[in-house]
Design a protein around this ligand. Structure first.
Ligand SMILES: Nc1ncnc2c1ncn2[C@@H]1O[C@H](COP(=O)(O)OP(=O)(O)O)[C@@H](O)[C@H]1O
Ligand SMILES: [Mg+2]
Length: 318
């Protein structure tokens, strides 16, 4: 009997995103999340159809059928970036498909944050092609880039919250920008999102009242309020206690499974990568030294990868 009961417990990633949301706001929050999930599914389908059309243009018959798979949602193709004479990225390529999670790994100073800044259009690459939300961002105006940032949003290491307004108003910000929601709806969604990310009831506090982990949770809630299709996280577990790290990991995984969110997670926490990553890219000396699955990385005989994994095992004993 006990076995039966245990078998019925859903895995972490299937525990409803809104499981922690109080009953009074649950209907509004559930509708908000369902809307986001549906939009993401439709967008992934649209990208799949687009790549079918492109494939169709040049080839026919069986060859077309074989080539008609989903294109990446975000990618770097041969990206180079230097600051003056200092080369940070040299011919770096990787991709993440719609609904998948990519972890960017590598030592400090290797260009992980720079890569995210390039994806957000805050920094321009010197060479190479950058695809975000399925489109080449190189020719986009600042205004068009703002549209892309509505779909692909970033959670900064420090949260980058607005310091002078309350936690609740920070999360309400993207909701107000839509100009379609009633004040009471906004209040309910804000309450529900804060409960969802584990910082219930903190609406009236200021960001300066919060710990690093809490700030990051609020930043995630604010990102979700924009109903994004992809979220880029810069070191979400750095300087966060193990319990909060676990909570954030579960949350990122549930967002992937239940909202079909595409994610890029910069981390040097290998357990985090193991839990979340469909693929990892390991940056080393300016290059994408490795791009593949965690399994492939672990079984690789490459001395640089082995050293990184061994070092990590020392820092994070099992
Ligand atoms: N705006 C900038 N101007 C000059 N150098 C920068 C700039 N941003 C980052 N760098 C340098 O680029 C390198 C990579 O930085 P970063 O991507 O932040 O590393 P990390 O992998 O730790 O996130 C570092 O040496 C950093 O000092
Ligand atoms: Mg960084």
């Amino acid at each position: 009997m006990t076995d039966d009961n245990e078998a019925k417990l859903p895995p972490d990633e299937e525990v409803s995103l809104t499981a922690e949301v109080s009953a009074d706001v649950a209907p509004v929050v559930e509708e908000f999340m369902a809307e986001a999930a549906q939009a993401n599914e439709e967008e992934a389908e649209a990208i799949a159809n687009d790549s079918n059309i492109e494939a169709d243009a040049g080839i026919a018959g069986e060859e077309f059928l074989n080539s008609s798979q989903v294109g990446p949602y975000i990618s770097f193709e041969h990206v180079c970036k230097s600051f003056g004479d200092f080369v940070v990225l040299e011919d770096v390529s990787f991709f993440v498909n719609p609904g998948e999670t990519l972890c960017i790994l590598g030592r400090s100073g290797v260009g992980k944050s720079v890569s995210l800044q390039i994806l957000m259009g805050f920094l321009k690459p010197d060479q190479g092609t950058v695809l975000v939300a399925g489109q080449d961002i190189s020719g986009l105006s600042e205004r068009e880039m703002q549209e892309v940032r509505r779909k692909v949003t970033m959670v900064f290491q420090n949260g980058a919250l607005f310091d002078s307004i309350s936690v609740g108003e920070n999360v309400a910000f993207p909701l107000r920008e839509r100009r379609t929601m009633e004040e009471d709806q906004i209040r309910q969604v804000v309450k529900g999102l804060l409960e969802m990310v584990g910082v219930a009831g903190m609406e009236d506090l200021l960001p300066s009242d919060l710990s690093t982990g809490m700030k990051r949770s609020v930043a995630i809630a604010r990102a979700l309020a924009a109903q994004p299709s992809a979220v880029l996280y810069d070191e979400p577990t750095t300087m966060v206690d193990p319990l909060m790290a676990h909570l954030l990991g579960d949350l990122i995984q549930r967002l992937k499974v239940q909202l079909h969110l595409t994610s890029i997670v910069v981390t040097h926490d290998m357990r985090f990568a193991q839990k979340l990553a469909d693929r990892v890219v390991f940056l080393h000396e300016g290059k994408a030294h490795f791009f593949g699955t965690m399994e492939e990385m672990r079984s690789s005989k490459d001395p640089v990868l082995q050293e990184f994994l061994a070092l990590d095992a020392l820092i994070l004993p099992n």
